[in-house]
Design a protein. Structure first.
Length: 314
């Protein structure tokens, strides 16, 4: 499979996964020829600054879009029009209207569109989704999600302008997948400077509540840590994880019930490897698409509403 990888920033996270596979041929695209060649060279890939070739060259099967959020929908639609499969880094778009346009175009196409909802492939999160779907512990009554991180990615802002769409979107996906859209939302935010801040959001549902907290105020020694506590009628699931510069988390998941506490065994998994593996399986006809555009619309709606409370109307 030949892949056009657009973007030399976060695109490197996808590139590392592709480089470990033996069944793909990747060309990395960027604006700066030296920067693009250097990034691509780390992984043994070819590089190009001729972005049009990603869409016009018939040999590309998949366009992987790791560009600024404002460009996601435009390039996803262009890739579909060029008869390519599409993988879009999250979020799908910076407006619900644009996201719906992509979802509608994907539904009309015989090509697949994937959104990098990587958190769906984290084993602890899959355990939560399964518990809700299978009613393992009864009804979910309270869900608390948290992620506290240092600035592990040089040059990347983690301020209030970017935290809702680029850091809290995954939490909004977990919330909407387990509890739906809330009746009410309350948001508190604090900024240390334009690149560092914290957001605490609470959500009210009929008979349930949720909370999501994110902070980029932590020192480097902290690394990145996160997790969730899910309180059900008949038990609690508690997950914690830590992550360093390699982007590969380690974590634990514990179930608390009337019978006591029991640590649940989690299969080893790198969420980006699992996500891209799923993309390949779907394209090859081995699986159904679990990260299609229409599956992310509720999460994006909630994320955009949260962003508006933090940063005001766009």
């Amino acid at each position: 499979m030949k892949i056009a990888l657009l973007g030399t920033g976060f695109g490197q996270a996808h590139a590392a996964v592709y480089a470990a596979r033996g069944d793909v041929d990747v060309v990395m695209f960027g604006r700066d020829p030296d920067k693009t060649a250097k990034a691509a060279g780390q992984f043994g890939f070819a590089s190009s600054t001729e972005l049009d070739a990603a869409f016009e060259d018939a040999s590309f099967d998949l366009v992987d879009i790791c560009l600024p959020v404002r460009l996601h929908a435009t390039y996803a639609l262009r890739a579909l029009a060029a008869d390519k499969h599409v993988l879009v880094e999250l979020p799908l778009a910076d407006s619900l209207d644009d996201a719906q346009r992509v979802a509608e175009a994907a539904a009309r196409s015989d090509k697949h569109v994937f959104v990098d909802m990587f958190e769906r492939f984290i084993p602890a999160n899959q355990a939560l989704f399964d518990a809700v779907r299978e009613n393992t512990y009864g009804r979910l009554e309270q869900l608390t999600l948290w992620n506290l991180t240092a600035h592990l990615w040089p040059g990347a802002s983690l301020g209030l302008k970017v935290l809702p769409l680029e850091a809290l979107h995954s939490d909004m996906d977990i919330i909407t997948r387990t509890l739906g859209l809330p009746k009410e939302m309350c948001v508190i935010a604090v900024a240390r400077n334009e690149d560092s801040g914290a957001i605490d959001a609470t959500f009210r549902f009929d008979g349930a509540a949720a909370r999501s907290s994110v902070s980029s105020l932590m020192p480097m020694a902290w690394g990145s840590r996160g997790g969730y506590t899910a309180s059900f009628e008949r038990g609690v699931l508690d997950a914690t994880s830590t992550m360093g510069f390699d982007g590969k988390p380690t974590g634990t998941l514990t179930a608390y019930t009337a019978d006591g506490a029991r640590e649940l065994e989690l299969p080893p998994a790198d969420q980006y490897t699992a996500m891209i593996g799923h993309v390949m399986d779907v394209i090859e006809g081995k699986a159904e698409n679990r990260i299609a555009p229409d599956s992310v619309l509720d999460a994006l709606q909630l994320t955009l509403e949260l962003d508006q409370k933090v940063n005001g109307p766009s």
